[in-house]
Design a protein around this ligand. Structure first.
Ligand SMILES: *[C@@H]1O[C@H](CO)[C@@H](O)[C@H](O)[C@H]1NC(C)=O
Length: 478
């Protein structure tokens, strides 16, 4: 669901890098102080810094604006340790008990100037960021503010209803929890934008793909990196897990697709044939076939085991320009692809033949998805439209108008509603049967890049170029 790169409003390759991030300046500052104070007592610097990073995260990242759930600091930290699986170098009481002030003035060795205006305000209350939110409204129940640049990608754990992963142009990824603003774990190590994130089906592992060409695998229960997978010579555009088991598939800017076994950190196969960036791809839900779409205007269908290219779908009546997005029907029979040229085509995966062409969009298609339990599909485009298609008749069923381009969409699991993330910064919920907009969530001040839904269906999380991730309550639309 990454955006056509020639579209300025949704370009994810932010070449603007802010020079110094207040978070890290402050963190390094605290860390160096802490090290100097405690190292004489025999502490290990890395452990201490780990522990401090956690505490600093609690001070800096995110605010739970409506406090729907009250969770004590103690349980947060307990949770965090459990997840990190790392013993604290401190006595519990030292961490929990006081006001988390481990230093006094006499301990200061060196002072750094930190521009207070750049510091995220840990005590920020709802509505206090009015300069960011144009209309002042914020319908979110939680805003995650740990990132210091544009956000591109979000994934919700399929097994933990509160756990969310986000990544973006600040080269950082985070794990954080909905409505637990003082909990965050940084996915460290990418050297360029974090473009894609995906949880394994069992929720045990998280894959992060970066423009640095690396895929990193994170062990959720250990709270630690499991392995770093390399191979592609260009940035990672997307990552997907096999529907069963721990196989990762990733598409690259260098025209190749790679598959690894995450449990063994082992390379399995490389799929080469595309002539340009592989912008989208996935396993079929039965896990037997791989479909990939490229900026070269073709879709390729592959055998995952042998690496064989079974079909190349191209030419009339297929797309004239690069593919931007791809969805596969739940019975693994059809692939639906969207293109920069505004066309949408359905392809029979077993024959590689175009079975229908859905034309109604007038600009680049940005997002696509099949309904799980009805013969409907949805497409969103820069023409500001969400179109809901009747796949049995290959005809548009409803057109849902937006104020700006539709950058991302998601069918709410087990529901007839579709969520869209729009370039105008709004999340909208649509009734796929009537085509009516049933809810508009405000809060973001810039284009939404991606949306995801929590495991229990209670929250939708959106990420935006405004540098924040926001959670909205959607339980009533299940
Ligand atoms: C795909 O093609 C095969 C072989 O012609 C056919 O049996 C199958 O029904 C087709 N599936 C779809 C979804 O069109």
């Amino acid at each position: 669901m990454k955006k056509a790169s020639d579209n300025p409003t949704s370009s994810k390759k932010a070449n603007v890098k802010r020079p110094i991030y207040a978070n890290s300046v402050l963190f390094n500052f605290i860390c160096s102080l802490y090290f100097n104070v405690f190292s004489t007592a025999g502490g290990n610097r890395d452990d201490d810094c780990q522990s401090l990073r956690r505490l600093t995260a609690r001070l800096l990242y995110g605010t739970s604006t409506q406090g729907q759930r009250t969770i004590s600091r103690r349980s947060n930290l307990f949770d965090l340790r459990k997840m990190m699986n790392a013993p604290s170098p401190h006595d519990d009481e030292e961490v929990h008990g006081g006001e988390e002030v481990f230093l006094d003035e006499g301990d200061i060795i060196q002072e750094y100037t930190v521009d207070e205006e750049d510091l995220p305000d840990a005590d920020e209350e709802e509505g206090s960021d009015t300069e960011e939110v144009i209309d002042g409204e914020d319908d979110s129940t939680h805003t995650f503010t740990g990132h210091t640049g544009e956000l591109y990608t979000v994934a919700c754990s399929p097994t933990d209803a509160t756990l969310v992963a986000t990544g973006g142009g600040d080269d950082r990824g985070f794990l954080w929890k909905i409505n637990q603003g003082d909990w965050a774990f940084e996915l460290q190590g990418h050297q360029d934008s974090v473009s894609s994130l995906a949880f394994s089906t069992d929720g045990q592992l998280l894959a992060s793909g970066g423009f640095d060409g690396l895929v990193k695998v994170w062990d959720i229960s250990k709270g630690d990196i499991k392995c770093t997978l390399d191979g592609p010579s260009g940035g990672i555009e997307w990552v997907r897990w096999h529907p069963r088991g721990h196989l990762i598939l990733a598409g690259s800017e260098d025209s190749t697709v790679w598959m690894w076994n995450a449990d063994r950190s082992a390379y399995l196969n490389m799929f080469s044939g595309h002539g340009s960036t592989v912008t989208c791809g996935d396993f079929t839900p039965d896990g037997k076939v791989i479909c990939t779409g490229s900026d070269d205007a073709t879709m390729r269908i592959w055998n995952p085991k042998t690496g064989e290219n079974i079909h190349v779908v191209r030419g009339h009546p297929y797309h004239n320009e690069g593919l931007t997005c791809l969805a596969i029907s739940s019975d693994s029979a059809l692939a639906l692809t969207g293109s920069k040229d505004g066309s949408v085509h359905a392809v029979n995966i077993s024959t590689g033949k175009v079975v229908s062409s859905l034309s109604a969009h007038s600009d680049s298609i940005e997002c696509i998805g099949f309904a799980v339990s009805s013969p409907l599909a949805a497409t969103g485009g820069m023409d500001k439209k969400l179109i809901i298609w009747d796949m049995q008749h290959s005809s548009p069923r409803c057109t849902c108008d937006h104020e700006d381009g539709v950058a991302s969409l998601m069918w709410l699991p087990g529901s007839r509603h579709i969520a869209t993330g729009c370039v105008d910064g709004k999340v909208r919920l649509w009734d796929s049967l009537s085509g009516e907009c049933v809810k508009i969530f405000s809060g973001h001040s810039d284009a939404i890049q991606s949306v995801a839904v929590s495991a229990n269906g209670d929250f939708l999380v959106s990420v935006s170029l405004d540098g924040t991730a926001r959670a909205f309550e959607i339980a009533e639309f299940r």
